[in-house]
Write a protein of this length. Structure first.
Length: 405
């Protein structure tokens, strides 16, 4: 893998020397710790802890969805702030502070039983997660297409695998009352992972940044923007409630724990494998077709357990969702990198992520409301699969924008 360092340095840093490919990949892996923190642990592993919180705190599905919606609100605000702050503060600084804030908020979630304080900590985790995820993606983009997939797919996959290996068994042995200890454990891991992520960001030249409007291309990105919004609306319902749905199917406690653990680890392992399976297609793409293909795989994964009962449907669903869910943000980041000049990357990604976050705000509470109303999580999950199909159709309409220079 090669990269042209001349387009990555900010004004006044023209003398920076490109690092060898091995150094780039090592930085990409270290950067992916931030994706593990902000998405794998803070957002997705909430689904593993949610059933215990719901039982111990006597939450409705709407309240449980609200705790993920408020996380999305924080993420939305963080992305909006990044639009205006990235040009002044830079991607590296926003990345570092966002990563630290997310890790601290995850830890703080285990310090209270009060629903209002839980919402505050979830909000702060989302607020910091936007900086970590948006700016981390931009910094990974500076290292090339392979680094983008490593950042999103492998970072998220690690968080999923670690959570799946430990958290279901923690609740199986000690019961629902230990959900605060689960958050404290996850938070401690996140705080440790801040170290390699922030150190890696310091070795990547800062792309100069300007507001997206300065690029004059935002209207040309409308299809991918809309698809990203609808993706946020649809996928988060699966990632919030799928574990609760699996547990609703009934069965022996030990068997259910084994199934939940295996499913979440399969989800993470598939996400890790996405770096190999999709990188060639992603590297050659400049339009929305890879994003659309990933969304179609995601639709199949989201709908499969509703159509195919039993362990086979659940495990196949986990593999299909895992291999595709991280590719959607990867494809958006690569689209921006391939079609726009480096100074517009940070602002463009912040706008795209704001729309994505807006979808995440609506998705969990909408799915929770539908599930409460109809008395079944299957209704909410079926609606999310239909929404994801719409996202795939929108992404397919996106065309390349011409020269990125």
């Amino acid at each position: 893998m090669t990269r042209d360092s001349s387009i990555l340095v900010s004004p006044g840093a023209e003398t920076a020397v490109a690092q060898p490919p091995a150094g780039d990949l090592a930085r990409a892996w270290a950067l992916s710790s931030a994706a593990a923190i902000s998405v794998g642990f803070a957002r997705f592993d909430y689904a593993l802890i949610l059933p215990a919180m719901k039982t111990d705190l006597a939450l409705t599905y709407a309240q449980a969805g609200w705790l993920n919606t408020v996380n999305g609100l924080g993420y939305l605000l963080g992305a909006l702030l990044a639009i205006f702050a990235v040009g002044r503060l830079g991607n590296r600084r926003l990345f570092a502070w966002g990563t630290l804030l997310t890790a601290a908020a995850v830890f703080g979630t285990g310090l209270t039983h009060d629903l209002a304080w839980l919402a505050i900590w979830r909000f702060l985790a989302g607020l910091g997660g936007a900086g970590a995820f948006v700016c981390g993606g931009v910094l990974a983009g500076a290292l090339g297409a392979r680094a983008i997939v490593i950042f999103f797919g492998c970072g998220i996959g690690f968080g999923l695998m670690a959570g799946g290996a430990v958290l279901p068994w923690l609740f199986h042995v000690y019961g629902s009352v230990v959900w605060p200890q689960a958050w404290l454990l996850v938070g401690a891991v996140c705080l440790l992972l801040c170290i390699p992520a922030i150190r890696a960001s310091g070795g990547i030249p800062e792309p100069s940044s300007r507001h997206l409007a300065a690029s004059g291309r935002w209207r040309d990105c409308s299809a991918v923007y809309l698809a990203y919004f609808v993706f946020g609306l649809g996928y988060i319902a699966y990632m919030t409630f799928m574990i609760a749905w699996v547990r609703q199917q009934g069965g022996d406690s030990g068997q259910l724990t084994t199934l939940v653990s295996a499913m979440w680890m399969a989800l993470g392992l598939a996400s890790l494998s996405a770096a190999v399976l999709w990188r060639g297609l992603l590297a050659r793409s400049r339009d929305g077709r890879v994003m659309s293909a990933a969304l179609l795989v995601l639709v199949l994964g989201a709908a499969l357990p509703l159509a195919l009962n039993g362990v086979a449907g659940i495990m196949a669903s986990a593999v299909l969702v895992g291999v595709s869910v991280g590719i959607v943000p990867s494809s958006v980041t690569h689209f921006v990198k391939a079609n726009l000049p480096p100074p517009a990357w940070g602002g463009t990604m912040a706008v795209a992520t704001s729309l994505f976050a807006a979808g995440q705000v609506i998705g969990p509470v909408a799915c929770g409301w539908l599930s409460d109303h109809y008395g079944s999580l299957s209704v909410g999950l079926a609606a999310s699969a239909a929404v994801l199909m719409l996202a795939a159709a929108l992404a397919a309409l996106q065309r390349a924008l011409g020269s990125a220079a």
